[in-house]
Design a protein around this ligand. Structure first.
Ligand SMILES: NC(=O)c1ccc[n+]([C@@H]2O[C@H](COP(=O)([O-])OP(=O)(O)OC[C@H]3O[C@@H](n4cnc5c(N)ncnc54)[C@H](O)[C@@H]3O)[C@@H](O)[C@H]2O)c1
Length: 472
């Protein structure tokens, strides 16, 4: 355990530094060294597309009768196994975890449900390489710790599979570009499993945004505010690896749950694009307090030093001039929230709890007199009746009781259905890279006195002609 942890720590430090230098090279070093307060003048940063690569924003593939899946990492990955077992056009071909018991349990669950036992790959950290060599797999789900996401995605795509990767897809900017380049070169999808894009409220807001309820969109707010102090010190699960990032990075360590949905509302990567961000962190206090006062796991973590501020706040400016506030805090005692807020000229929505204010309520037959108050329960019910997303309506019964209020199932059904039909999934590698890039970019801004940092355009200009995500 100690050897593994220390090799991981070395890996994290090396990869953080390697990523930083690679991204500085990609930007000519200009973004991080700009004086604090001056907005970057270079609007886009994207190395030219290497020869032999083609864009994947509209990539279509051969339709399939059954989508044959394999899953690596069977903690969170068990959700993807279970969902696949419940989707009539999916089949679990193989399961993989370095831990034998997790792989065996997953195979048992498959056999119990379908009578067919998937192939099992377990026992060491590289056994997944054998699994992705198989010819009978269409999609490889990757639900391992973050350091494994990119090597596993790259190998899966190189071997002709679509990669479905957990959040965040990548830790460094350099890794984000590796995902983009490999997806374009292999013409395989790299889809980030951002389940929060498929929550009932997120789909409701997306539908309203597309149907013009908000008028012109101007600003969004989002976050990952989730008290994980217990999880961060857990043994045998996320605590084994996730706390390490609190020692090596000071920024937004987990941006995509909040950012994915609001990026889709605003059409980021499709008609608009992230331009630059500024970021600042509060002091680090809470993890150190737990460490010193609770001495978790019998005091075995004594002496650990954390650098990640308890609360990180970043503000992103987009090419169309819109703004996004995004926060990260996994250590402060508080109820869960992703904020999930959207403002436009005609309406505002904020979540936790869901609230909507509308400039012209009469237009929708509502009882509200004006927009100075949130809609009451009855008016909200009217809006839900009108604007609940068709995908949610279609799948809500089947998704009841499934992971994260049903959104995991809706996400898995939708992504696998796109692969079955051969159509482009709702989010492609440019979204995975753009949303994940905030991790490194926020740390760079924090490290430079909150200086503006240019956000690379992973679409290399395609965003200008792409249309915002439609109603699925
Ligand atoms: N979308 C969500 O709501 C959500 C929720 C939880 C976790 N996650 C993400 O899922 C991923 C996994 O998180 P988790 O909570 O399951 O962590 P975990 O530590 O509980 O599980 C990770 C699993 O991967 C296995 N593993 C590690 N390295 C491996 C390797 N080289 N080969 C094969 N197996 C390997 C481990 O044995 C373990 O079973 C992370 O990226 C996390 O951010 C997403």
């Amino acid at each position: 355990m100690d050897t593994t942890n220390s090799s991981r720590r070395t890996f994290l430090k090396t990869s953080a530094l390697a990523g930083l230098s690679a991204s500085l090279a990609a930007t000519g070093g200009c973004a991080a060294t700009k004086p604090s307060g001056s907005a970057p003048t270079k609007s886009r940063l994207a190395p030219p597309r290497p020869l032999g690569q083609k864009p994947v924003h509209d990539l279509t593939t051969k339709p399939l009768e059954k989508v044959r899946v394999a899953v690596i990492g069977l903690g969170r990955g068990m959700t993807h196994v279970q969902d696949s077992l419940n989707i009539e056009f999916a089949e679990v071909i193989a399961v993989c975890d370095k831990r034998d018991n997790r792989a065996t349990n997953a195979a048992n669950a498959c056999e119990k449900k379908t009578g067919k036992r998937p192939a099992v790959y377990s026992g060491n950290e590289t056994i997944w390489e054998q699994m992705v060599e198989r010819e009978d797999i269409d999609v490889v789900y990757i639900a391992t710790p973050w350091e494994w996401h990119v090597p596993m995605c790259l190998r899966a795509m190189e071997r002709g599979k679509h990669a479905f990767v957990e959040v965040s897809a990548a830790v460094t900017l350099d890794e984000c570009w590796q995902l983009v380049n490999t997806s374009e070169r292999t013409q395989r999808h790299c889809v980030m499993l951002e389940n929060c894009c498929y929550g009932e409220n997120e789909l409701f807001v997306l539908n309203m945004a597309r149907q013009g309820v908000f008028g012109e969109l101007t600003h969004a707010e989002c976050a990952y505010l989730h008290e994980l102090r217990g999880v961060l010190f857990s043994l045998g699960s996320e605590g084994d690896w996730r706390r390490e990032y609190h020692k090596t990075h000071d920024g937004n360590l987990y941006p995509t749950h909040g950012l994915g949905p609001v990026a889709q509302y605003l059409g980021v990567g499709r008609g608009d694009q992230f331009k630059f961000l500024v970021s600042m962190s509060s002091p680090e206090k809470s993890l150190t307090k737990v460490l010193n006062e609770k001495k978790p796991n019998g005091g075995r973590h004594a002496g650990e030093k954390y650098t990640c501020g308890d609360m990180n706040t970043s503000i992103i400016k987009t090419e169309l001039g819109r703004t996004i506030m995004i926060q990260h805090d996994v250590v402060t005692p508080r109820p869960y929230s992703r904020i999930n807020g959207l403002n436009g000229t005609d309406a505002s929505f904020f979540d936790y709890p869901a609230r909507l204010a509308i400039a012209a309520p009469k237009q929708y037959g509502l009882s509200a007199g004006n927009s100075h108050e949130w809609l009451n329960e009855n008016d909200m019910a009217v809006m839900r009746e009108k604007f609940t997303h068709p995908l949610w309506k279609k799948l809500q019964d089947r998704s009841k009781g499934q992971g994260h209020g049903g959104m995991d199932f809706v996400m898995n059904w939708r992504h696998l259905d796109c692969i079955r039909q051969g159509v482009t999934p709702d989010s492609v590698v440019y979204d995975a890279a753009g949303w994940s890039s905030i991790l490194e970019l926020s740390t760079r801004s924090v490290a430079n006195g909150s200086a503006p940092v240019v956000i690379p355009d992973f679409t290399r200009g395609l965003w200008k002609t792409m249309k915002p995500l439609g109603i699925a």
